[in-house]
Every structure is written in C-alpha cells, then in structure tokens.
Design a protein around this ligand. Structure first.
Ligand SMILES: Nc1ncnc2c1ncn2[C@@H]1O[C@H](COP(=O)(O)OP(=O)(O)OP(=O)(O)O)[C@@H](O)[C@H]1O
Ligand SMILES: [Mg+2]
Length: 388
C-alpha cells in the first residue's frame, strides 16, 4: 500500500481518519501521527458533513471518482478524485477512501479543451480567410483609386496656385484659365468628387468588418476565457455569427433578434461560442441539404430573458430531424453527413458545455419544415463566481 501514489486510508463512521498509507502523508503534508484523527473536512474543501458525504460517494458507485478540491497542510489546494468504499468489521463501521491527485490530468484536459477550440476555428479557417479576403480586395482597389485621385487633385491645385501667383493680367490670363478648364475635364473632377468619398467610406467599412472578424476569432480561440466570467450572451452570439458567415451566407439569410435587456451572465464564454457556432453551422448544413442550392433558407437566432436565465433559439428551415434519430444526435460521433463534412462531434460537445453550465438543450423539429434548437442557460452560477 505504501508504494502506490494514491492516498488510501480508512476512517471511522464520522469521517475521522484512522490509518493511511504513505501517499496520504506526501499528498497532504501531514505526518502519520498528525494525520490520525484528523477530520475529513480538513483535507477536502467544502466537505462540511463528512459522514453523509462519504456515505453518498460510497453508494454512488462512481468508479471514475468524484472530482473535489483537496487542501494540503500548508493551505495549498489541488484537484483530486475520490472513491469511497464502506467498511464493516463486526459491529464497527467506517469507510475506506482512495484519493488521486489529478493536477496533471486537469492540465492536460485544459490543453485538450484549448486544442478543441482551435480545431473548430481551424475547420472554419478557409471560410474566415475568404471573409477577410473579400473586403481586403476592394479595400486595396479603393486605396489605389484614392491615391490616384489625390495625385490628380494636387496637379489641379498646382494650376490654381499658378493663377494666384501670376496675379494674372488679361491676355495671359485667358490661357491659364483655359488650361485649368481643360485639366478639370481631363481629370474628370466631378467623377472624383462623387467617387472618392464613397471609396473612402467603403474602405473604412471594410476595414471595420475585417477588424470584427479578427477580434471574434481572437475572443473565441483565446485560452484566457476558460474561467467563469460575466459575459454578454448577445455579444457571444454575434461573434459566432460573424465567424461562421462563410458557412451560412450562400445558403441562408440570417435574422437576428437579440433581447437587449439580457444582462451578462456568469459563464465560460469561450465554450458558449462553441455552442452557438456548432448550432449555426448545423442549421446552415441542414438548409443546404434541403434547398439544394435552388433557393435560400432562413436562420433565425434569438435570445430572450427568462425568470432566472436566458433562452437562446436557433431556428432553421432545413431538412428537419427524423423522429427516429432525434435522441441520437447528441451522441458522440453520430453523423448523417458524408465523410469530411461532419465528424458527429458538434452536438455532443454542445451538450457537454450546456450541461456544464447547468443548462438544458432541447430540439423542436418537423421533418421537411425545419429545426429549432433551444438552449436554456440559468443565472444560478452567480454564487460560484462570488466564491471563486
Ligand atoms: N439543424 C439541424 N437540422 C437537421 N439535422 C441536424 C441539425 N443539427 C444536427 N442535425 C443532425 O444531427 C447530426 C449530428 O450533428 P453534430 O453537429 O453532432 O455532427 P455533424 O454536424 O454531423 O458533424 P460536426 O458537427 O462534428 O462537424 C447531424 O449529422 C445531422 O444529421
Ligand atoms: Mg455539427
């Protein structure tokens, strides 16, 4: 027992520790003597009622281990997994607990989470590149046009200056005026006057569009938003729409109806972007499959305040989901799409994230008419954010 890196120890029926292996000492920092008779609530954070907590874990038959936070003697906290067994010897009862430090595993999970995010951005990358490239092309054209216009205007201004400086006398004057008139015509100043401001305006709009796409990408892929934070759900939805533009633009019009009264809610904003991104891309695919490129469909995205949370609806007029596969769509790797178009992971990721937010997701769908995914997110995590 002393050679295993897992901490294994017995407790009495009240959760007071009786006997532990070597790892209990290294893991929690107490020596064997100090460890004996210590209460379970001392080594686990928020483990306030050890007998009932231990009993609950023991009867849950959870062999993966329950994830909790451990507290070392010096006050450091770390993630752990605990499995508990009930112990009965004659009329003596107690528990045996096995605890594993999962610090490294949590780090690996965080890295996986990050690479999953980058993967979904990667899948959209070609589309995003296209979305950025289109405005870039006309921005470039416009700026060249503006450059030529400025050259032309200055050459005309030089002629005007010549008139002013020559303090023109009648005979020579006519000639100069004539030159100016001709220059105005050749340079088509009226055209420039109309087009140059328009080109400038369009350029600014294009640059803003590129900025918006880049900033949405940064927000969605940023590792920093793995923590619970207050975030504006409407903003997250808009970012997902921006990033996925190339996926829906050619198959559907998008109608966005976001309730402005929705306040920020505590959430993992990066994860929620994934949810909306997946649902929008799925909607676009379903429409594409239904309309076969003959006409455009409509994706409606709306957010509504609930009594204690937010409801987000993503509605499409695509194929609909047949009754018999409706309870399978959230399964990992379930897909009806051809190889290369879908891996069947989207909705299972969505489900996990929504569950992680204590929310729910449901499907309303009619075959041939379309599908609505309804996501409910509660605000109840407020407590967590305060204690975090
Ligand atoms: N809006 C929708 N309309 C019709 N069918 C849908 C819709 N959303 C999902 N589905 C069905 O559910 C299946 C699973 O969706 P999911 O997002 O999990 O995987 P995928 O889209 O096939 O692949 P991935 O998202 O991993 O690229 C889809 O293959 C499709 O058959
Ligand atoms: Mg999908």
């Amino acid at each position: 027992m002393d050679t295993t890196p897992d901490a294994i120890f017995s407790t009495d029926r009240d959760g007071l520790i009786l006997l532990g292996n070597h790892a209990t000492e290294t893991l929690f920092g107490y020596n064997a003597e100090e460890f004996t008779k210590i209460s379970f609530s001392k080594i686990l954070v928020d483990f306030d009622d050890p007998p009932s907590e231990l009993n609950r874990i023991a009867t849950s038959l959870n062999l993966v281990g329950e994830r909790r936070v451990g507290r070392r003697r010096n006050g450091d906290v770390f993630p752990l997994e605990i499995i508990v067994g009930k112990m009965e010897a004659g009329n003596r009862r107690g528990y045996v607990a096995s605890i594993r430090d999962v610090t490294q595993r949590v780090q690996i999970e965080m890295r996986l989470e990050q690479s999953r995010k980058l993967e979904s951005i990667g899948q959209l990358a070609a589309g995003v590149a296209h979305e950025i490239n289109t405005p870039m092309q006309y921005i470039c054209d416009n700026v060249s046009f503006l450059q030529e216009s400025v050259d032309d205007l200055f050459s005309l201004v030089e002629r005007y200056s010549a008139v002013i400086e020559s303090q023109c006398e009648s005979a020579s004057c006519d000639k100069v005026f004539e030159g100016i008139r001709k220059a105005r015509e050749d340079l088509d100043i009226d055209y420039l006057a109309e087009e140059a401001p328009r080109a400038a305006k369009q350029t600014i709009a294009g640059v803003k569009q590129v900025q918006k796409i880049v900033s949405s990408m940064k927000k969605i892929s940023h590792p920093g938003n793995d923590r619970i934070e207050l975030a504006d759900i409407n903003e997250i939805i808009e970012e997902a729409i921006t990033i996925s533009t190339n996926e829906w633009r050619y198959v559907a019009d998008i109608e966005v109806d976001l309730d402005k009264s929705i306040t920020s809610i505590p959430c993992f904003s990066g994860e929620l972007s994934q949810v909306f991104l997946n649902l929008i891309v799925n909607a676009a695919h379903a429409i594409d499959e239904a309309k076969l490129g003959l006409e455009k469909g409509t994706i409606k995205v709306s957010s509504n305040p609930l009594q204690s949370g937010v409801e987000v609806r993503i509605e499409d007029d695509g194929t609909g989901i047949p009754e018999e596969i409706r309870d399978k769509v959230f399964d990992p790797f379930f897909t009806t799409k051809e190889v290369g178009k879908g891996t069947g992971q989207g909705l299972s990721i969505v489900y996990g994230i929504v569950e992680n937010h204590n929310g729910s997701i449901r499907i309303e769908s009619e075959l041939g008419l379309g599908t609505t995914f309804v996501v409910n997110l509660p605000i109840s995590q407020e407590v967590e954010i305060e204690s975090a």
